[in-house]
Design a binder for this molecule. Structure first.
Ligand SMILES: Cc1ncc(COP(=O)(O)O)c(C=O)c1O
Length: 278
């Protein structure tokens, strides 16, 4: 506590990142990092960036990465936003789309950062309970009087996923607010709502390179949505930090997204290990 702190700083309840023990004695699962190496092509692309070119700022529009993502999801580049980890994308989306007086709906058991962003932006959470088997109950999310809805699919830490038909009924019954679908773990076995982006102007799909692409160390996440929603995020980003993705991360992330064969290989291995351990 400092006498220079504003009431806002004093009121915050910050996120506590998963512990990172330095003694390497454990198999560490608490932050869901990949046990596999990133794509060798991504590693090479990053090594090539360690050069005199680092004196130059990176591309603020991240065109190579947006193009790779747009190709991968069959979208246009103006439907793609990239940020410094999906945490940053979530922070900007909360600031841009959920501040507005009404509460923000999300599950009572889910990614704990949502409550922290809600506190930061003075958004009241409307916590919707999971059922007794830890499932999200989609009908509880229909026709809500809220500033927005966040659905984590698959949910974390439960790992339980909703089919796209349930995501669509949440989108259809809340047409006047943004429905953010956080798909941090979608590559491990759920259907991505990225295929719905052209149909629903209120849909924002958020994904990360930290989990399935084994690149938590370079901090890259992205959002897919209607060009107007994406432009809103760009306006916020360019009012805060124009260069959140550095040259090394940009090169590595682009190569990783282009290397779909490697993504499938390490996801298949992760899924096989999961099936073995249950
Ligand atoms: C559900 C969910 N969303 C988002 C994130 C943030 O990921 P990152 O900021 O590494 O992209 C995490 C990380 O654990 C997560 O579990």
């Amino acid at each position: 506590m400092s006498r220079f702190w504003t009431d806002k700083i004093a009121s915050l309840d910050p996120y506590v990142p998963g512990e990172q023990p330095q003694d390497k004695k454990y198999i560490k699962l608490n932050t869901n990092e990949s046990p596999y190496s990133p794509s060798p092509k991504a590693l090479l692309a990053m090594q090539e960036q360690v050069s005199e070119r680092l004196r130059l700022y990176p591309d603020p529009n991240c065109v190579t990465l947006k193009t790779a993502l747009a190709n991968s999801y069959q979208l246009n580049t103006d439907q793609v936003f990239v940020g410094n980890g999906s945490d940053e994308v979530l922070a900007l989306a909360f600031m841009g789309y959920f501040v507005g007086g009404k509460p923000l709906a999300f599950a009572d058991i889910t990614y704990s950062f949502y409550k922290v962003y809600a506190g930061l932006y003075s958004i009241e959470p409307k916590l919707i309970p999971l059922d007794d088997e830890f499932n999200i109950v989609p009908t509880d999310y229909e026709n809500l009087d809220v500033s927005g809805v966040v659905v984590t699919n698959p949910n974390a830490p439960t790992g339980k996923a909703l089919p796209l038909s349930d995501i669509e009924s949440i989108l259809n019954t809340n047409p006047d607010v943004v429905v953010l679908v956080d798909e941090a773990y979608v590559d491990f076995g759920a259907q991505s709502a990225a295929t719905l982006v052209n149909q629903y102007p209120n849909l924002l799909v958020v994904q990360t390179l930290s989990k399935s692409r084994a690149l938590a160390g370079i901090r890259v996440g992205y959002a897919l949505g209607h060009p107007d929603l994406i432009e809103g995020l760009e306006r916020l980003k360019n009012s805060f930090n124009s260069y959140p993705i550095d040259r090394i991360a940009l090169a590595g992330a682009t190569a990783a997204v282009e290397d779909e064969t490697y993504l499938k290989e390490i996801c298949d291995k992760t899924i096989a290990t999961r099936e073995q351990s249950v």
